[in-house]
Design a protein around this ligand. Sequence first.
Ligand code: HEM
Length: 421
Amino acid sequence: MKEAIRNWISRFNVTSSATQLEDSHIRKTNPLHDGGVFLNFSLSASGYRALEIPENQIPSEKAFLDGLKTRTDITEDNLGVWEPEFLEQIDALIIVADSHISIATSEKNRIIREISEFAIIVFVQKGKILRNASGIGIEHFGYADGVSQPNFLTNDDSPASQWDDNGALLKTLLVPESNQVDIETFGSYFVFRKLEQNVKKFKEKETELSMQFNMSSDEDYGILNRRGKSNKELAGAKIVGRFEDGTAVTNHSDEFGITREDQLENDFDYRDDTQGLKCPFHAHIRITNPRQDVSNDFAKSVRLTRRGIPYNDIGRDEHDLESDQPEDGVGLLFMCYQSSIERQFEFIQQAWANHGEIGPGNFVGQDAIIGQGPNATIKSLPGQWNTDDDRQNVPTEFRDFVTMKGGEYFFTPSIGFLRGL
Ligand code: HEM
């Protein structure tokens, strides 16, 4: 049986990084270019053991070897609310993606048919990209997602003036594999988390908060700020760190009107906002990447390579979701690659998002999107953009919009490793 599994995996046609890179280059000049089906294969620690891989060839980080379920003291995950399938032993994760649902579905069915001979399918999770009216990828709360990413290989973007994400970051991504062959091969640790989003609660609280913002004087209540401009969107932007269209709140007090991905800015740090009067320290993007608040070198050393794919388990279409604002059954399949789960994902989730601690003893408040566990720091938002008068406290209950429903730590091995099985 073990031979049959190893044999199947060795023939599984995973998509190489080189192919993906080539496809993304082609898409720059031909946006209609379709790279075809994407296939990806990862193993958990129990998966390596089930395949009887020698101990010295199994990725050695403790968090990975122990698995996500054992790390609740760090993540503050509540296993009591996980979907039961995720509590089972999960040995492998296969990702199938295609721009055509019918192709992705038939590939998925083919794979299930083939591996059912020798494996139990613990879970099949569907995800689907959501887009706003301009076609930019968003998550269920309505914000542009997937914007800030490390750029590993090229330096061909226009030169960065503040935050340079280019090049030299492979050490935050790749892990050398120990193998029997002469050539050096690399893999990467992969974190998968199914994060349910309570859209109704988030949107209601966001509106409440926005009303408090606008109470800066009697006449302005609920409509205009003191400069005569509506700042309805500002409350949410200060929670996330970007407006819904992706405009960074540290650079703008209003939405910039972004309609194309190439307008999304990422060349900024918080040097002009050292008191958090434009973008609060606990805003999701500032606490998960404080940039020069903690020194650029340190911020870069914990950088994650992320992909969030929205899911919708309740079966209604996207249009309905906008008006329905579901309380459960929808969310984000959060995935990230890194060279160390402990120093990157776990550090960000625990120290920054949960504890809101961006330097020894410097507690700035819990991340309102993904922070979990108790946190006593009272958070405050400046009532207007870049003014420190009439500061108002954000209600401490502005949290608990996201519930972790299950996941696991994996390692995505090199193609050479898979072929060698
Ligand atoms: C349902 C859960 C989540 C939602 C709705 C969410 C939403 C967002 C949004 C809207 C952005 C701004 C756009 C971008 O730069 O991509 C963002 C950025 C980011 N998120 Fe999340 N996220 C979630 C979970 C997580 C988790 C679990 C982590 C890591 C522990 C994380 C880490 C980050 C990082 C590092 C950035 C980029 C910050 C920067 O470099 O400026 N997010 N997220």
